[in-house]
Design a binder for this molecule. Structure first.
Ligand code: FAD
Length: 430
């Protein structure tokens, strides 16, 4: 029911997974909720593209990371949504010149990097002030000059294991706290039919207004007013699920301004980039049975990782990832130049006669004004409690959710989902 003055009880800003989960929870509890979304679609960083009519492809999140105990996996299973497991160890790895790296070389590399990270962690434990993970590794390696091959191996491992997972360069990440987060156990699965089933399910019955770009959130003891390009909306409470990148950018004004502790926390956390390129070919010319293809590029982070989509959807499609500095750099390149750069690498691996792609899909998450990056990461000096500070409600009026606001499961869909439920519970508890 609307309140007498025409306002609603709760406004949720953002129709990503966090916002939809919050609104869904409140709606189920009988609370009147209005969701304001700046884009012309729901889902936010869960975005299934259907340009290729026969093949839904995820431009944002793809995987459930760890299915056991994971609320998204539970929902998927209840609804009978089809999943396919990815085995990250089912990897074919190539050196910069196209030579295949043997499994024993891979195992040796893995062991060495593990030892290096353990030594860096030990170093971090003994430091009074945090430094970057890159600096920590440099210090561990000081006095041990690396051969060009070793350096390439190290770059590859750090880039694909850490920088892709956190969507940021290790020079921007905390040595002491970079892996404070938790994981659900079990397989990593993705959805051949697209991840958007989740947002469709959560959105059922909700009042969602698209193309409402929020510019101001005004709050006092009487309630909240949210100003958008389309007008003004009033409510008793608001749940803000804006991505950390958007909050850092300051395009949405809070009146009064957010408390200093919150502002400090949101600047300490990192928000980098992970971009995807899907290449569609007439035939599969790569290692058909592998889940992943790896490339130890001469330049760190350039075209290092490919998902074999043939294993997932039976189509001759490769998904290429670039994160951090290089992921951001390619955003400034035109589509043709990006595809040419990817093809240069693929020709190194599979020869000059491989077919040209017939089509492609390219993301530019950094340039997206409604995301300003891919997801949050632990910046130097940032701790999990900075996420708790971000999540803290203000004056019983302004509540927060979103992947960056959840300490244990940040940067994930399940984290966004759990944060939305948390904000809804906070409101219901009042
Ligand atoms: C390339 C990529 C790959 C990923 N891979 C995975 C993966 O495999 N597995 C996984 O678990 N997670 C993955 N993630 C992370 C996951 O997608 C996010 O953690 C999650 O979707 C975030 O949900 P959210 O609701 O917090 O934010 P969002 O989905 O970003 O929702 C926020 C909403 O606010 C809206 N908004 C922004 N500004 C305004 C404004 N001014 N006014 C109104 N609305 C506004 C946005 O449009 C958006 O809809 C990936 C993300 C990316 C980008």
């Amino acid at each position: 029911m609307s309140r007498e003055d025409g306002s609603v009880q709760v406004i949720v800003i953002g129709a990503g997974v966090a916002g939809l989960a919050a609104a869904h929870h409140l709606h189920e509890a009988g609370v009147q909720v209005l969701v304001l979304e700046g884009r012309d679609r729901i889902g936010g960083r869960v975005w299934t593209d259907r340009t290729w009519a026969d093949i839904p492809l995820d431009l944002g999140a793809s995987w459930i990371h760890g299915v056991r105990g994971n609320p998204i996996a539970q929902l998927a299973s209840e609804l009978g949504v089809e999943t396919v497991t990815t085995d990250y160890d089912n990897l074919v790895l190539y050196d910069w010149d196209g030579r295949r790296v043997t499994p024993s070389e891979q195992a040796e590399l893995e062991k060495w990097v593990e030892q290096l990270l353990t030594a860096a962690a030990d170093l971090g434990d003994g430091l009074e002030n945090d430094i970057s993970l890159q600096e920590g590794i440099n210090q561990v390696l000081a006095g041990e000059p690396l051969t060009a091959t070793r350096q390439r191996q190290l770059n590859y491992a750090l880039n694909t294991l850490i920088e892709h997972e956190y969507a940021n360069d290790i020079s921007q990440m905390s040595l002491r706290y970079w892996d404070e987060d938790e994981e659900f156990p079990g397989d990593d699965v993705l959805f051949p039919g697209g991840y958007d089933w989740l947002v469709q399910v959560l959105a059922v019955g909700l009042d969602i207004r698209l193309n409402q770009v929020v510019s101001q959130v005004i709050y006092d003891q009487n309630g909240v007013r949210v100003i958008t390009n389309g007008g003004e909306f009033a409510a008793a409470q608001v749940i803000v699920t804006l991505p950390l990148g958007v909050l850092q950018h300051g395009t949405v004004q809070f009146r009064p301004p957010l408390p200093q502790t919150k502002q400090d926390a949101l600047q300490k956390l990192g928000f980098g980039v992970l971009n995807k390129l899907y290449l569609r070919f007439p035939t599969v010319f790569w290692d058909k049975e592998a889940d992943l293809l790896g490339y130890m590029a001469a330049n760190k982070g350039e075209w290092a990782e490919y998902v074999n989509m043939y294993r997932v959807i039976g189509q001759p499609i490769l998904l290429c990832f670039n994160g951090g500095t290089y992921g951001l750099a390619i955003e400034k390149m035109g589509d043709e130049a990006i595809v040419a750069a990817a093809m240069h690498t693929l020709r190194t691996l599979y020869g000059p006669d491989i077919p040209a792609p017939t089509d492609w899909l390219i993301t530019r998450w950094g340039a997206d004004p409604f995301a300003r990056g891919a997801y949050s990461s632990p910046g130097v000096g940032a701790r999990n409690w900075d996420r708790d500070l971000l999540a803290e409600p203000i004056s019983g009026r302004v509540f927060f959710a979103g992947e960056a606001t959840i300490a244990n499961y940040s940067a994930t869909v399940h984290g966004a989902y759990l944060s939305g439920q948390r904000a809804a519970r906070q409101i219901l508890a009042r």
